[in-house]
Design a binder for this molecule. Sequence first.
Ligand SMILES: [Zn+2]
Length: 433
Amino acid sequence: MVGGVRVRDGAGGEHGGDDEDGGDEAMVMKTTGWWRRFILLFFWGSANDRKKISWVAWDVTLNNRCKGGLGIGSLKAQNIALLTKWWWRYKTEENALWRRVISAIHGEDGKLGQVTTPKGNWSTIASINRSTEKANLSLSSLFSKSLGRGTKTRFWQDVWCDEGSLADRFPRLAALDKDKDCTIADRITETSQGKVFTWEWRRHLRGERDLSDLATVRNLCERIKLGDEDERWNWELETDGIYSVSSLHYALDDMCLGRSGVRTTWNKIVPIKTRILMWRTKLNRIPTKSNLVRRGISLENDFCPLCNSSPETTMHLFVDCDRTKEVRRVLNTWWKIFSVDGSSLDSLLSQTTQSTGVHGDRSKTETLKEVVLHAYLGAIWRNRNETVFNQASFIPSRVANDIQAEAFLWFRYRSNLGCGISWLDWCCTSFLM
Ligand SMILES: [Zn+2]
């Protein structure tokens, strides 16, 4: 019945959780932890007996792309969001058989947000709010109820205004009502002159305490608004008010995962391997010689394998190195989009064609420039590796030709924009204008 894995998180999860239970729940957490480790090792190409450097913190990698991650999402957050969906279903599927079974066992409120006994799947679901609260997200404030006409909400017994049910807060008054299960509509009628209250007491109210309690209840009731529609539950994280697993998953990740500070460039025309290379390069998390030395790897020297004249940093390799500048010079005999003397990776693309575009389409031009920049990055890195590991020669004109051809293949066959473009069109200097 349960979508999602029961969660009792100890150390090692992305989000805090409860740690008071053992037994099968500890085993479940072990499984979640195993999956988490498996994905991490797979991502960085490691194995149990062959450990590789994790170049970017895992909680940054998991985060959304606008926060500088890869948008993988945390397994734990997804699990919590799946379990929370049962709260939504419990609240909205009033006549479902499974819901009637739960309410027969645990009571009408399903003990949501409370500790239930016996322990089991439902107790894990009912107390999932404790996991979200550790991320500063209160489920009780994320689920809100439009009372509508008030025909389905019990005046004394249900929680419909702040701080618990009225029966809990004003037990003397609730006990004096002839009908403990009366609805809001039984007691309040909305008229053009304001609210009209209909009380049915067992006896006349007397004494200061009863009267002051009644005044407080009336004040609370004045704050609510009754409508003409049926009551309904709303999920505050979605504009249509309907619960979605992704909205809570996203909110939890947003609160709990790390940020890199650099928005991830994510161009779907480019193969994912090159997109990840772009992400790592922008974060300066690629194994250049300087980065390896900084992480304690011993090398003969840290000179750039292409020019042998400066330490090989990310900035040097892609921006400052004379050999890669030469590649950009050759590329500029094709499309004049590269700045030969850029001061950063982002500044490599010159702004000269920004006001024009392919057939007047500026966004298409920007997309094309981004595709070529990815191809540039991929080709430089690939050829640099060939030079380091296979002593291949780095020939700028050949690398530039590779970039031109690779960008064409991506644009032609991986996007709708490139449909019908011929190689001759592509090679034309004026194509972008
Ligand atoms: Zn160099």
